[in-house]
Write a protein that binds this ligand. Structure first.
Ligand code: LMR
Length: 333
């Protein structure tokens, strides 16, 4: 299947019929800005939220979704939210360190989660709630978490064990934990905005990157990278965030409607995230220029061993108490 056909099929599926019915002019319009394509778990969740909220509020609350960093990118979306230039963003959890909340980088620790139920033990438990409450320090309100899924490595060669990474410049998100992970593997981390990544790979500014396959495919990174290695070495998830001033200015019923539509959209995203990644992987498998590799259990174990020091190296940044609580919550499972 061509990328365009695949994208078209996904975009159509995201629209519910009632969304196309005429709606009155909204009294409130929420601007939701994000950096990924519409056919990703986040893009589909944002569109589902719009449809649900407009239906449930009988058109009184409208949502405008701006995908693909059309309005703001990684470096300015949080600031735009704080200033009230947008009303909702859903950055990856890796991007909260740059606004003074480094404890969110806990989620980036490599090989931390065995599966998504382990992620839930954090996001639905007291630690996850405490992390969201920390957003108040920045004038923000955290409304909930949702998944993309597990990250894979890409470059113009297989990346199956630490020696494969030596000397490579790897694009990373603005997370010191991810940067330390790349260093531990022998690579050089280069922090770049998501919207700049494909171009940087194409021009050779960086040699490789990591992301779940849905992000890789929908950005067309397979056109500029020849090898994807299914390492499943780390988790990528998001938090939906709004501005405290805006939130407090809304009536209780409006907050209730927004919350209800959002929680449903996030549940939907969690349900479809795996499928979106599986669909993108199936499409990638049909792309003759891309080779897909899967590390053996021994190779994966060597990757895991190489990145083991990262937690200790970043302990003071992440906070010893957060690490302790994280381990306790994971061990409960
Ligand atoms: C990235 O910047 O690599 C991704 O996390 C983008 C996203 O929001 O999924």
């Amino acid at each position: 299947m061509q990328r365009r056909e695949w994208l078209g099929a996904c975009a159509g599926a995201a629209l519910l019929p009632a969304a196309r019915a005429a709606m009155p002019q909204p009294e409130i319009t929420l601007r939701f800005s994000h950096v990924v394509a519409e056919e990703t778990p986040k893009g589909l969740a944002a569109n589902r939220f719009k449809v649900l909220l407009e239906q449930r509020s009988s058109g009184r609350i409208g949502v405008q979704v701006f995908p693909n960093a059309q309005l703001y990118g990684d470096s300015d979306e949080m600031r735009a939210l704080q200033l009230g230039a947008v009303d909702l963003v859903a950055p990856s959890l890796s991007k909260f360190g740059r606004i003074g909340l480094p404890e969110f980088e806990l989620f980036d620790l490599p090989f931390l989660f065995d599966d998504l139920s382990a992620v839930r033990r954090i996001t639905l438990g007291p630690l996850g709630q405490r992390l969201l409450q920390g957003l108040e320090r920045q004038g923000l309100v955290g409304l909930g978490y949702f998944d993309n899924g597990f990250k894979q490595m890409s470059a113009n060669r297989p990346l199956l064990e630490p020696k494969d990474f030596v000397g490579l410049r790897m694009r990373v998100q603005a997370s010191q934990v991810i940067a330390a992970q790349m260093r531990a593997l022998g690579a050089r981390p280069v922090t770049l905005a998501f919207s700049e990544t494909r171009q940087a790979l194409a021009s050779g500014v960086v040699d490789g990157t990591e992301n779940p396959v849905s992000n890789f495919w929908t950005q067309g990174m397979h056109q500029v990278q020849s090898d994807v290695s299914l390492t499943n070495h780390g988790y990528l998830g998001y938090a939906v965030v709004t501005n405290q001033r805006l939130w407090q200015s809304l009536a209780r019923t409006e907050r209730g409607l927004i919350n209800q539509a959002l929680q449903e959209a996030l549940g939907f995203a969690n349900q479809i995230a795996d499928t979106q990644n599986d669909k993108a992987l199936a499409a990638l498998r049909q792309t003759s220029s891309v080779h897909i590799h899967r590390p053996t259990p021994e190779q994966r174990q060597r990757l895991r061993q190489a990145v083991q020091p990262v937690q200790q190296q970043l302990a003071s940044r992440l906070g010893q108490r957060y690490i302790k609580d994280l381990q306790a919550a994971l061990n409960k499972g």
